[in-house]
Design a protein around this ligand. Structure first.
Ligand code: 2ND
Ligand code: ZN
Length: 361
């Protein structure tokens, strides 16, 4: 008798080889543990572990805290070793290489320049070191047969008061690799409207920005980010489910987000660690995809979550039974929502992503 077998979903290795697009990844949340050890030794910064394996495990365990505020404390160690042009260049170069090796063909990587001034660098020096690092890593990745396009987002910290300066910096470097702006950091108590002048300035400059909203705080944060600040995308935005009823009826804000095709930069593992979702299986990404919100899959902080773009997708395959059509949909959604020009987005979709998935589906 024939045993009926459920066809296995895409394997991790197949997912790794498939082209992927990533919109939400923090430069200071993705360092190689060995690089942190190396850089820390050079400046005498004390770390909580002495081996790459031990340090990697420490970051994941410490970030696994159930609170965004506690999760964010782990960045003290990465930011501490990213205070010179050489260190920033190295971290950015390795980031581009690591993402390319994971099959990411387009990535927007963000970081907060104001956090890298402790050893005398100026804001432009910080940005230039990172942009150079991304250029070097991307060139090497292309030579290795894994081409990647990396765009940089400049982040302002929402508890601080430098958002206007950082927004101006993003415009100054808009033709040199910076493709947009963001605000990040503790959400509760720091509404995005504190930075309204920066967002209004960016709108007048015809620029693009995303806002971390709807992660550790709910609908009012999302509403402000969209309706007061004019965000093009939502960093996380996962709490939009609070505006969806048990019968899947959409409230006005949820309907607006879906109707306007506002991209949601969902980060499953990160959300479980900060307590924004109970588990991957219970993550609202399943519902939001079923309801056809513009959902994208992201890593947030590869170091703190011990993850990669391939791993996030593999976790969703396991939890929700997704196959290639869903993985392609997430990838095309991300590419459509990218901050690079339309013709460049289309070229990646039509020349790279669709042909590769056509062979897989
Ligand atoms: O998921 C996040 N929510 C809010 N802030 C975050 C998240 N991940 C990283 N950050 C913060 C810590 C970093 O130092 C900063 C810039 O990348 O952004
Ligand atoms: Zn983030």
């Amino acid at each position: 008798m024939a045993v009926s077998s459920v066809p296995a979903g895409p394997s991790f290795d197949e997912i790794r080889r498939a082209p992927k697009a990533l919109l939400h990844d923090h430069l200071d949340g993705g360092l190689r543990p060995a690089t942190i050890l190396d850089l820390a030794a050079g400046i005498g910064h004390e770390l909580p572990a002495a081996t790459p394996e031990g340090l990697g495990e420490w970051f994941v365990a410490a970030a696994d805290s159930g609170s965004l505020e506690r999760y964010l404390t782990t960045f003290a160690h990465t930011v501490a070793v990213m205070q010179t042009a050489d260190a920033l260049h190295r971290v950015a170069r390795e980031c581009a290489l690591d993402l390319a090796r994971d099959g990411v063909v387009y990535a927007e990587v963000r970081f907060a320049p104001e956090q890298h001034l402790e050893r005398g660098l100026s804001l432009p020096e910080v940005v230039e070191a990172v942009l150079d690092g991304f250029r070097a890593g991307s060139a090497e990745a292309a030579e290795q047969g894994t081409p990647i396009r990396v765009g940089t987002l400049l982040t302002a910290m929402r508890h601080a008061a430098r958002s206007m300066e950082i927004a101006e910096l993003s415009i100054r470097y808009r033709d040199a690799g910076v493709v947009g702006f963001d605000i990040a950091g503790a959400e509760a108590g720091y509404p995005p409207t504190r930075h309204l002048d920066a967002f209004e300035y960016l709108q007048r400059e015809n620029s693009h920005f995303t806002i971390h909203a709807g992660e550790a705080f709910g609908l009012p944060s999302i509403w402000q980010a969209l309706q007061w600040c004019g965000a093009d995308r939502l960093g996380h935005g996962v709490r939009i489910v609070d505006d969806i009823g048990p019968d899947n009826a959409l409230g006005r804000l949820a309907a607006y987000v879906r109707d306007k095709r506002i991209p949601l930069e969902l980060c499953p593992s990160s959300n479980v660690q900060t307590g924004a979702a109970a588990s991957i299986r219970e993550h609202p990404i399943g519902l939001l995809r079923d309801l056809r919100f513009r959902v994208t899959v992201n890593t947030d902080n590869r170091l703190m979550s011990g993850t990669s773009m391939s791993r996030e997708m593999a976790l969703l395959v396991e939890a929700f039974g997704y196959g290639w059509p869903e993985l392609q949909w997430f990838t095309v959604n991300a590419m459509k929502s990218a901050f690079i020009p339309f013709d460049e987005r289309l070229a990646l979709i039509n020349d790279v992503i669709k042909p590769a998935y056509a062979k897989l589906t």
